[in-house]
Design a binder for this molecule. Structure first.
Ligand code: TC6
Length: 724
């Protein structure tokens, strides 16, 4: 069918109706095509159709000698429209649109501002020239979504920039800046213009006037390469990826470029792309991508302005307080840190100095910033009165409710009206802490994770009376400190530590019943965690769990199983890494240990005492039990409204507890495994221990109604019928 555009006719598929999202405008003899699909010009079906139609139009437009493709708004093009990946693919497919651009008989120039990512860079690679304006970035981040570039990126990039650059960019997914991109030959020119249209037009003029030969990436001859390079890259990438497939497949796709013709390479790339697009890993990583962006979207703070946040106070200069102060200082806030005496202040300052020094060494801060922090931004004091101007104060003192209440009484007396009063408690009742003040609406929990200047997670714990603008301020602080803030409700351990306690109990039961801590750690490493639970316990210090068990012992229910085998290690002064021995032995300060043989003896003794018949659980059974405990507790956390949505749990476990992102978090994982299977397992385990294995009502309800956690994320139905 022919469609009239201006005075020319051009051909597109019969079903096509232009959405007008790609405009076509002649600037003298240069056609400017502007992709306009806010917010990031994602390559939706409508954009692909429009782009294809405009390329046809340009090719037959005798008055246009060159074309420039630009993006409207903040970026060039951020890639394929990820939301469309769930739907059946409709023509024109992106690789075909890009081939059509490349086939053009006249030069097409991509003028890049902001970012050209994924399919956006692939569009640019299909153009005959690429110009970047200052500050632009280009990259192929598809691996972070569990896929690989699927529109020629793995075949064109190595031909244009060489295998080494392609092997650096594709498996890492990291974008690069203009000077790097120019040096690699990805950009032909870096413009001083800040306006991409002006930069593109100027470049087009020079191409027309100088008759610069058009370059098609598909026709470039790849440099010869030693096949060993790919083997080495695969090994290195697989080690880093810890089970994630896409970075390794990314290497394989680049290798294909070294072995076949462009056309064959494109076919293979498509096959690899489609296989990954249909994988659980892609579903999990897409879920993580959108969940990241959903975390701060909460009805209770929609349109609510946060309070002012310039100067903050931190009470307590131990590891946690000093870490929080470091994070605030590194992100431009002024901090007044309070300790009980000068000596403690000195120690706090030394910790902060070491943290900041480390950041300078890693290039995260400049030496000038370091000087400014210690000369201007950090104040140390033993006097609560110095907090009278603080906009927000975070208490990070000893984890004891009475101590915390005392601190809050003092804060209530000295802080200005409207100051936010936050506790960094990891377990305690924030409502009870708020109740000792005259202003419970200003009180909130801000639960940082140790080391606080490094760990990404921040639980924003909303107490019963916390005001909406205080919640908004908690999220704003997270943004300023570049943390991932998750809303949590008040309960023992909030979202993360409560779920942790549950799967740790399950792990202890697995060990008590015949497996070893090393079996459990191995299974969890294979699952994708960076460390297993017992290696983590050694790192955190076994004395912490010992103290908790001593507190808990008198409160046990009659049918509650209780595991004291780690106490036998603690009794010998073995507290984990810090003492060189725990579940593992750490020779000469090594960070990776070897199994401590005493653990086997301790376990054998305790099993004998408790008359436990050893079970021989397979790796799969260990994993099923461990994950069932995690998912069941997580479901209770959602059911009770402690986490608003399953996705809040998923992001908490990913950012705070090392859950592999490519599995999407425990709730996403549970959906993939099947909720019915998990529930059946829990019911089966309950036959042995019906105290611990009580199925979450939410889980039962979802199974009964045939719904999933993803349905809850999408707002399909209430969280639970049991929720009041
Ligand atoms: C690909 O290209 C494969 C090609 C082969 C095909 C055969 N699609 O991050 P922000 C949304 S795979 C749909 O908050 P920023 C995002 O959800 C893709 N939507 O903004 C959010 O929506 P909300 C490879 C997208 O300024 C809004 O845009 N490309 C897409 O902090 C704003 O996003 C990538 O992986 C998309 N591609 O950062 C790039 N991208 O407002 C992914 C974003 O409803 N994108 N949205 O919550 C990014 O890295 C960042 O969004 C950014 C902008 C750097 C472009």
């Amino acid at each position: 069918m022919g469609i009239e555009r201006g005075d020319r006719e051009f051909c597109v598929s019969s079903s096509f109706k232009s959405s007008g999202q790609v405009s076509y405008e002649l600037h003298d003899d240069v056609a400017v095509m502007t992709v306009n699909n806010a917010p990031v010009n994602a390559l939706s079906l409508a954009i692909r159709q429009d782009l294809q139609a405009n390329i046809e139009r340009f090719d037959s437009d005798a008055s246009a000698k060159a074309a420039v493709i630009v993006g409207a708004g903040k970026v060039f093009i951020a890639g394929a429209d990820i939301r469309e990946f769930k739907l059946p693919a409709i023509e024109p497919h992106l690789p075909d649109v890009i081939d059509r651009i490349e086939e053009c008989t006249k030069p097409v120039i991509a003028a890049i501002h902001g970012v050209a990512l994924g399919g956006g860079l692939e569009v640019a690679l299909g153009c005959h020239f690429r110009v970047g304006v200052k500050g632009a970035k280009v990259g192929l981040p598809e691996v972070h979504l569990g896929i690989i570039p699927g529109a020629g990126g793995t075949q064109r990039l190595p031909r244009l920039a060489g295998y080494e650059k392609a092997l650096e960019m594709i498996p890492s997914g990291a974008p690069i800046g203009t000077s790097d991109a120019k040096a690699a030959g990805i950009l032909d020119h870096v413009s001083e213009e800040s306006d991409a249209v002006a930069a593109g037009l100027a470049f087009a003029r020079s191409v027309i006037d100088e008759g610069t030969p058009m370059r098609r990436c598909s026709q470039l001859v790849p440099a010869a390469v030693d096949a060993k390079m790919f083997e080495a890259a695969k090994l290195a990438v697989a080690k880093r990826a810890r089970g994630q497939m896409s970075p390794v497949v990314g290497v394989e796709a680049v290798e294909v470029a070294s072995q076949t013709s462009f056309a064959e390479g494109m076919e293979k790339e498509r096959e690899m792309f489609m296989a990954l697009k249909n994988s659980a890993q892609h579903r999990a990583l897409s879920h993580a991508f959108f969940s990241d962006r959903a975390l701060g979207k909460l009805p209770e703070i929609e349109g609510v302005a946060p309070r002012q946040l310039k100067a903050i106070g931190v009470i307590g200069g131990g590891t946690m307080g000093a870490g929080i102060a470091t994070s605030a200082l590194m992100n431009g806030l002024s901090v007044t840190l309070i300790e009980r005496d000068e000596e403690a202040l000195g120690r706090a300052k030394a910790t902060i100095a070491a943290n900041i020094g480390g950041a300078v060494k890693k290039g995260k801060l400049s030496a000038d910033q370091e000087v400014r922090i210690f000369e201007e931004a950090l104040k140390l004091s033993t006097d609560y009165g110095s907090l009278s101007n603080a906009d927000l104060v975070i208490e990070a003192v000893f984890e004891d409710i009475e101590v915390k209440k005392q601190v809050f009484k003092q804060l209530d007396a000295v802080c200005k009206a409207g100051a936010v009063l936050a506790t960094n408690t990891s377990y305690l009742d924030v409502d009870a802490i708020a109740a000792v003040t005259e202003r419970p609406e200003d009180v909130i929990g801000l639960h940082f994770f140790s080391p606080a200047h490094i760990m990404k997670l921040l639980e924003v714990v909303v107490a019963e009376k916390t005001a909406p603008d205080v919640i908004a301020t908690g999220f704003q602080l997270g943004k300023i400190m570049r943390k991932v803030a998750v809303r949590a409700g008040v309960c023992d351990g909030f979202i993360g530590n409560r779920i942790l306690a549950s799967y740790r109990t399950a792990a202890d039961a697995i060990v008590m019943d015949g497996s070893t801590p090393f079996d459990v750690d191995e299974v969890m490493l294979e699952f994708g965690f960076a460390m297993g639970p017992y290696a983590v316990a050694d790192l955190a210090g076994l004395d912490i769990g010992w103290a908790t068990r001593k507190r808990k012992a008198p409160t046990l229910a009659p049918n509650e199983r209780f595991f004291t085998f780690p106490d036998r290690l603690c009794e010998q002064g073995w507290f984990g890494q810090k003492t060189g021995k725990g579940f593992y032995i750490y020779e000469n300060g090594a960070r990776k240990g070897v199994p401590n043989p005493t653990v086997f003896e301790v376990l054998a003794e305790e099993r004998k005492q408790k008359k436990i018949t050893e079970q021989n659980l397979s790796k799969e059974q260990i994993l099923e039990r461990y994950m069932a405990a995690m998912v069941n507790e997580a479901a209770k956390v959602v059911e009770e409204g402690i986490a608003l949505r399953p996705l809040d749990v998923d992001m908490t476990l990913i950012y705070g507890y090392g859950f592999p992102r490519w599995r999407g978090g425990p709730m996403q994982y549970a959906d993939e495994v099947g909720l019915e299977k998990i529930l059946n397992n829990i019911r089966e385990y309950a036959r042995e221990d019906d105290y611990f294995w009580q199925p979450a009502k939410l889980l039962e309800e979802l199974v009964e109604s045939g719904r999933t956690f993803a349905d809850l994320n999408a707002g399909k139905g209430s969280q639970s019928a049991t929720k009041t």
